[in-house]
Design a protein around this ligand. Structure first.
Ligand code: MCN
Ligand code: CUM
Length: 798
């Protein structure tokens, strides 16, 4: 990680005109995306390719009595109908989840959630496969469903997982963190305590592209190639190999262009396994592609935490303790996609941006007859829930103490000079300056003006109330280190492999996998910065396990913190070797060769005119290499981060709440983010805009709902509402730069910050509009009817 000139300087760097750090390089990938030349899984067509359609259960909880394939098999073009029995013959009846549970690939005995996979039809085209699926006749014995975690834990609740030997009820695990005794003591002695119950509703990442694959078994090579909608191709290859028994070097996973992931494409799904098994048995390529409703109803949901939050404070607003208790709905299988040693993800960062003496959190997780999942949707492994809890609670406390919510935050922030900081729940924050970000946001939001306007509207009994919401969140992203973070036992490092060609351009291969985040541009910028090359001369490859170095993939905003670090370190290794080639070319001693970040050139110390560019060095590496060195110019780095990165920000949302209709209008939306040194400000801005839109979706519209029979009533885009351009206000973004001290280029992740940070700001704003009448909470999604009810309850409805 050593860097002789101290690395890029946040104050000075401007990419040096070559598209390095800090330059707003236009996204290289966009040419193919906006001209319709992207290549997604569903674009892949192979000769003789068959199509797989899944027969799904209409019931949430039911025993499968009988499956009759005959009418489906009679259909012209149907090649096979698969059930659990067929898969069992290949030892593929079940598959492991990422959290050490076992999930049926096709239902073995009992359906555990609506739309669960019961059988699969393989046919010559997709329409026939669909017709065939409708002709598979399944007899069910319908059982009583258990829909909520609360019901699931009742003593007489039907047992969902009766196939598990030691499972006597629907309880999965208990987890706790912090010092219970010390926290209880702080609460007993506190001047003031507040408590609030809040639900973080079930959401779905709902990427534009649903999940799918094309599996292609090559009997000539005994090798399977699977084009997969995957955020983590290498980890998926290892798991694929373990589940199927096909040796890992005979499994190739290719993640082509991915049309959004948002966490949905981290887990392994039954459809992948069925398509792969069918391809091996039939020796033909098999495609499986979800429809929208299958995507929302069955694959990796997000959140579903019922939380109680409590704060203890002095009467002048110093927070002394935080306590939380959570009831978590994990669905029918524990299939959460997160580092295995963290059963509640990174929820335990719930002390947030505040220096709090004592903290204690407990959580109980339950099985229900709903789809499995839990960690997805721009969540940083449940930092979303943690930030929501603490940022809502700070607002509740501010109201109780009649203090300004900005002031109470300022009083409790971890001070800028206290970093590195260890929190009461054991996190090691790398760097931060929370007050600076808040001050900037307050100024951008014209805070005092809107407080004034808020008072005026109340005094005038106006039809529209003003509410101002703040969220000063801290994120934790960039898992590893490998010793504490692993997925299915594989340590969470990441990798980069740089090869410089004789003509001076280069290929960078990484172990992470973009889904829209712009890695083909930003990772090239890191190499441009560190090697003095032009960004145009670097291409980035990822998503092919046959050629890319092993990495754990893209989620938890880990690409920049981990693979970005690997890229910088690999580039610096290339730079070191380049020096010896420069010495040879310039006929100087290697120790006398210096690299100049500004010009990107290598020169002899004290003689800047005796210089050489990386292009000339590349030629030298292949055409005139020094005898002391191997020919060629390349380097690989596998980077195990020493620590995670802690991006942060302050968001301020100003809303108008209509007292007649309960409608909420965004007056102003200010987002100040700090992700350390910035690689591409325009890409960051795009990430923030998209994430804020999703934060608005979360706070205002999105909810995967179920009725009491376990029917998913929020499982399509008619009922699962996503925000469109109509609902999204103009965002005003700002930034501060607090570099990460341990990251080679001082960068922190940013991809999830806006979705993690914004929902509490929005809820705080709506609550704030009614706070003078005593309202302390409104549940998400804050649909007009819910807001109107809250207004009515507070006596504010018109
Ligand atoms: N970046 C930068 N400077 C920084 C930090 C980041 O220029 N200091 C750039 C990066 O180089 C990268 C982008 O911002 O191009 C996001 O980087 P990072 O924060 O490292 O996050 P990841 O690349 O690991 O992306 C994952 C994150 C997650 S977990 C979800 S979920 C999510 C998100 O990204 N899914 C997305 N943003 C998404 N954006 C799109 N378009 N599609 C998704 O599926
Ligand atoms: Cu939590 S969603 Mo992203 O980590 O892929």
């Amino acid at each position: 990680q050593h860097d002789d000139d101290g690395g890029p300087d946040p104050e000075k760097h401007c990419g040096h005109g070559r598209g390095g750090m800090g330059e707003e390089v236009k996204r290289k990938e966009d040419k193919r995306f906006i001209t319709g030349r992207g290549n997604y899984v569903d674009d892949i067509k192979k000769p003789g390719m068959l199509h797989c359609e899944i027969v799904r259960s209409p019931h949430a909880h039911a025993r499968v009595e009988d499956i009759d394939k005959s009418r489906a098999l009679d259909l012209d073009g149907v090649v096979a109908v698969l059930t659990a029995e067929d898969l069992a013959a290949h030892e593929l009846a079940t598959m492991p989840t990422l959290m050490d549970d076992t999930q049926d690939v096709l239902v073995n005995d009992k359906v555990k959630f609506q739309s669960q996979e019961v059988a699969a039809v393989i046919a010559t085209d997709r329409y026939v496969a669909k017709d065939g699926a409708e002709k598979v006749e399944v007899d069910y014995e319908v059982l009583d469903p258990v829909v909520t975690a609360e019901e699931a834990l009742e003593a007489d609740a039907p047992l969902i997982r009766d196939e598990l030997e030691d499972q006597e009820d629907n309880h999965i695990f208990d987890w706790d963190v912090g010092d219970k005794e010390a926290t209880d003591e702080v609460f007993e002695e506190a001047d003031v305590t507040v408590e609030e119950q809040m639900e973080y509703q079930r959401l779905h990442p709902a990427p534009i592209e649903t999940c799918g694959c094309v599996a292609d078994w090559d009997p000539g090579k005994d090798k399977i190639t699977v084009h997969l909608t995957s955020q983590a191709p290498h980890a998926h290859r290892t798991l694929f190999s373990q589940v199927s028994g096909i040796p890992e070097h005979k499994v190739r996973i290719v993640s082509p262009d991915v049309g959004g992931g948002f966490g949905n494409k981290v887990p392994i799904y039954p459809g992948y396994v069925v398509a792969a098994a069918a391809s091996v048995v039939l020796e033909q390529p098999v495609k499986w592609m979800e429809e929208r409703s299958e995507n929302i109803q069955t694959t990796g949901f997000a959140r579903d935490y019922d939380m109680t939050g409590e704060l203890a404070a002095t009467e002048d607003g110093i927070i002394k303790g935080v306590r939380t208790d959570v009831l978590a709905n994990h669905g029918a299988y524990n299939a959460v996609a997160q580092p295995s040693k963290f059963p509640a993800g990174f929820f335990n960062i719930f002390t947030g941006s505040y220096d709090i003496e004592a903290a204690y959190g407990s959580l109980t997780a339950a099985f229900t007859n709903t789809a499995p999942g839990g960690v997805a949707y721009r969540c940083s492994f449940r930092v979303t829930e943690a930030v929501y809890l603490i940022e809502r609670m700070v607002k509740v406390l501010a109201q109780e103490l009649d203090m300004d919510p900005a002031e109470i935050r300022r009083k409790n922030f971890i001070p800028a000079d206290a970093f590195p900081y260890e929190s009461a729940t054991g996190w090691n924050y790398d760097s931060g300056d929370y007050e600076k970000a808040l001050d900037k946001a307050l100024e951008m939001a014209d805070y005092d003006h809107y407080r004034e306007e808020q008072r005026r509207r109340i005094e005038e009994d106006a039809d529209k109330l003003i509410g101002i919401g703040i969220s000063s969140f801290t994120e934790v992203v960039g898992a590893g280190p490998g010793k504490s973070c692993d997925i299915a036992g594989i340590e969470m490092f990441d990798s980069a492999d740089i090869r410089v060609n004789p003509t001076g351009n280069a290929v960078l291969r990484v172990g992470v996998q973009t889904q829209g985040q712009g890695h083909e541009t930003t990772f090239a910028q890191i190499v441009a910065e560190e090697l003095g090359m032009d960004v145009e001369n670097i291409s980035v490859e990822h998503g092919d396990t046959d050629t890319d170095p092993y990495g754990l993939g893209t989620y938890g905003s880990r690409s920049t913190p981990v693979a970005g670090a690997a890229t910088a370190v690999a580039a610096r290794k290339v730079r070191e070797k380049a020096k010896s080639i420069a010495a040879n070319e310039l006929e100087a001693a290697e120790e006398d060769i210096e690299w100049d970040r500004e010009s990107g050139e290598f020169h002899v110390a004290g003689a800047p005119d005796r210089s050489i560019t990386i292009t000339e060095i590349a030629a030298g590496a292949y055409m005139n290499h020094p005898t002391s060195e191997e020919p060629g110019l390349e380097a690989v780095n596998y980077y195990d981060p020493p620590e995670m990165t802690y991006p942060f920000g302050s968001y301020i949302v100003i809303v108008e709440v209509d007292r007649e209709t309960g409608e909420v209008d965004f007056e102003k939306f200010v987002a100040v983010d700090d992700c350390g040194n910035r690689i591409n400000p325009m890409v960051i801005e795009g990430q923030i805009h998209g994430g804020l839109a999703q934060g608005i979706g979360t706070a205002m519209m999105e909810h995967v709902t179920y009725d009491e029979n376990g029917n998913c009533t929020g499982g399509d885009f008619m009922n699962y509402l996503l925000p469109t351009a109509n609902e999204i206000p103009n965002f005003e973004t700002g930034y501060t730069v607090t570099p990460s001290p341990h990251h080679p280029i001082g960068a922190k992740g940013v991809g999830e910050s806006p979705t993690v940070g914004s929902p509490p700001a929005i809820v705080n704003a709506v609550v704030d509009a009614m706070a003078h009448a005593g309202t302390t909470h409104v549940e998400m999604p804050m649909t007009p009817d819910r807001v109107w009810e809250a207004l009515d309850e507070a006596g504010l409805a018109h």
